[in-house]
Design a protein around this ligand. Structure first.
Ligand code: FCB
Length: 486
C-alpha cells in the first residue's frame, strides 16, 4: 500500500463518537423513563442474545474514566448523544434537573481536557410515551422534539458549540417503522414514510430553536446517505438505483437542500400514500440552512431490478432485509420492495458489510456538489471485528487499522478534489450495544470487557491517536508479513 504523502490540515477535528443508549446503562436512574429501545429489548426475539442497554458499558457512572481515556488518546472532539427520556421523561413537560446535570458534568469534563463536545439531540431513543401516542408517524412528535431541543439548548448552550439534531433519520423511519428490525419494531410502509417526513419536520423545527436560542452555535444533522451502485447499466438496474436513492437519500436531502420531495419519490410511493401529511409551510421549515452536514458511512450498496435468482446478500440490517439474527424481515423500502440488494465486492467486516472506501469518497463529492457551501463532517465511520485480548492482555486489531487507513485516505483524496471536510469521528470510542445485534459486534477503538467493564485501548486506538497528533496516516500493519499492530 502506498503512503499518503500529505497531511490533514491543522484544525481538522479528530474525534470519536458514541450514543446514549449504546453506552450509558443506568436506564432507571436519575428519573429516566423507558425509551422505545428499552421496550424493544424486552420484546422476545428482537435483539440478539436477549441483550439490552440496561447496563451497556456503564458510562453513566464511568464517564470520568472515559473522558480521561479520550484525553490520553489526544482526541480533539467527542460526539455523544443526549438521552431524551433522561432529561425529559415521557417526552413532555418540564426537564429533570438530574438528567441535565449529568450532561453538564460530562461537557465540563470534556472542556477541562480541551475536548470539544459535539452534541446529538436524538440518536434513536424516543420516550416510550411518545411512541404510545403514535411516535414519529404523528406530526405532534416533531413539536415535542422541538420543545426538547429548547430544554437542552437552554441547559447546555453556554458550553456546547456543535449541535446535531438527528442521527440517521433513515434508520429511525425505515428500520423502526418499515422493516421493524429497530425500535419500535413496526412494519408499516406508510408509517415509515410519515415518520420520515415528521423527522424532517422535527429537524427543521429544532434547527430553528437552536438558531434562535444559540446564535453562535453550529447546527448540523447526521445522515447515513447510501453510496448506491447499480449492478449493471441496464435501464432496469439504473431505475432500481434511482428508486433506492429516492428513499435512502433524497427523501431527506430533497426537502433539506431544495425545499421539495422529488417527483419520482412521490410517484414511486403513490400507491401507498398521497403525502397529504406534508403541510404547506413544512418544506420551508425543513429547508433550514445547515452549518455542517454530518455523513455517517460504513459500506456501499449494490442494487438491481428483480432477478430470477435470489441475490447473495451479507447479513446486513441496513440495506437488505435481515434482522439482528440474520433472518429476513419486512422490506424497509416502501414502494421499492422488489429491488434486490447484492453483496458488494470486497472483504467483509463481521457485520457482513463490504469494505469500500470509494463509497465514502463518492458521497463526499456528491454532497460537495449538491450542498455547495455547506462544510462536511464525517460523524461516523468504523468497523466491527471479533476483537479479543491476546495472551499479553493487549488487543491487536490490524483489520480495523486498515479499514480506518483506507477510509481516511479516501477523505483526504476528496479534500484534495475540493470537498470541504472539517473533521472525522471514529465509530466508536468504546465497544458497545450494537442495536439489534446486542453486544455481539465490537466497533470500539477501546475494548470493553463486559464482565468487569475494564477498558483496554486496542492497537487501532494508538494508531488513531498518532493520526490525531500528527495529521498524517501511518502505514497500517501488513497482514501478509505477519506483522502485528503497534
Ligand atoms: C450507525 C449508528 C450507530 C452504530 C453504527 C454501527 O448506523 O448510527 O449507532 O450502530 O451504525
Amino acid at each position: 500500500m502506498s503512503s499518503v504523502p500529505d497531511r490533514f490540515p491543522p484544525g481538522f477535528l479528530w474525534g470519536a463518537a458514541t450514543s446514549a443508549y449504546q453506552i450509558e446503562g443506568a436506564v432507571a436512574e436519575g428519573g429516566r423513563t423507558p425509551s422505545i429501545w428499552d421496550t424493544f429489548c424486552r420484546t422476545p426475539g428482537k435483539v440478539s442474545g436477549g441483550d439490552s442497554g440496561d447496563v451497556a458499558v456503564d458510562h453513566y457512572h464511568r464517564w470520568r474514566d472515559d473522558v480521561r481515556l479520550m484525553a490520553d488518546l489526544g482526541l480533539g472532539a467527542y460526539r455523544f448523544s443526549v438521552s431524551w427520556p433522561r432529561v425529559q421523561p415521557t417526552g413532555r413537560g418540564p426537564a429533570v434537573q438530574r438528567g441535565l446535570d449529568f450532561y453538564r458534568a460530562l461537557v465540563d469534563g470534556l472542556l477541562e481536557q480541551g475536548i470539544q463536545p459535539s452534541l446529538t439531540l436524538y440518536h434513536w431513543d424516543l420516550p416510550q410515551e411518545l411512541e404510545a401516542a403514535g411516535g414519529w408517524p404523528e406530526r405532534e412528535t416533531a413539536y415535542r422534539f422541538a420543545d426538547y431541543a429548547r430544554i437542552v439548548a437552554d441547559a447546555l448552550g453556554d458550553r456546547v458549540d456543535m449541535w446535531t439534531t438527528l442521527n440517521e433519520p433513515w434508520c429511525s423511519a425505515f428500520l423502526g417503522y418499515g422493516s421493524g428490525v429497530h425500535a419500535p419494531g413496526r412494519t408499516d410502509p406508510v408509517a415509515a414514510l410519515r415518520a420520515a417526513h415528521h423527522l424532517n419536520l422535527g429537524h427543521g423545527l429544532a434547527a430553528q430553536v437552536l438558531r434562535s436560542t444559540l446564535p453562535g452555535a453550529k447546527v448540523a444533522i447526521s445522515l447515513n446517505p447510501s453510496a448506491i451502485r447499480a449492478r449493471s447499466q441496464s435501464p432496469a438496474d439504473l431505475d432500481a438505483r434511482r428508486r433506492i436513492d429516492a428513499l435512502a437519500n433524497r427523501v431527506f436531502t430533497g426537502p433539506m437542500f431544495r425545499g421539495a420531495y422529488d417527483a419520482d419519490l412521490l410517484r414511486d410511493t403513490a400507491q401507498l400514500t398521497d403525502w397529504s401529511f406534508v403541510r404547506d409551510r413544512d418544506l420551508s421549515v425543513i429547508k433550514h440552512p445547515l452549518d455542517l452536514l454530518g455523513i455517517n458511512y460504513y459500506t456501499p450498496s449494490v442494487v438491481s431490478a428483480p432477478t430470477d435468482n435470489a441475490p447473495e446478500t451479507g447479513p446486513d440490517q441496513r440495506g437488505s432485509r435481515l434482522d439482528g439474527h440474520g433472518r429476513s424481515a419486512e422490506s424497509p423500502w416502501p414502494g421499492a420492495d422488489s429491488v434486490e440488494f447484492h453483496r458488494p465486492p470486497g472483504e467483509l467486516t463481521t457485520m457482513g458489510w463490504a469494505i469500500d472506501p470509494t463509497g465514502l469518497y463518492d458521497l463526499l463529492m456528491r454532497y460537495t456538489r449538491e450542498a455547495p457551501g455547506v462544510p462536511l463532517m464525517i460523524t461516523e465511520n468504523g468497523a466491527a471485528y471479533d476483537d479479543k485480548p491476546g495472551p499479553d492482555g493487549a488487543v491487536h486489531d490490524p483489520d480495523r487499522i486498515r479499514y480506518l487507513h483506507g477510509h481516511l485516505s479516501a477523505v483526504r483524496r476528496a479534500m484534495r478534489d475540493g470537498a470541504d471536510v472539517r473533521g472525522y469521528f471514529l465509530w466508536s470510542l468504546l465497544d458497545n450495544f450494537e442495536w439489534a445485534y446486542g453486544y455481539s459486534k465490537r466497533f470500539g477503538a477501546v475494548y470493553v470487557d463486559y464482565e468487569t467493564q475494564a477498558r483496554t485501548p486496542k492497537s487501532s486506538a494508538r494508531w488513531y491517536a498518532e493520526v490525531a497528533r500528527t495529521g498524517a496516516l501511518p502505514e497500517p500493519p501488513d497482514l501478509e508479513a505477519g506483522e502485528n499492530a503497534t
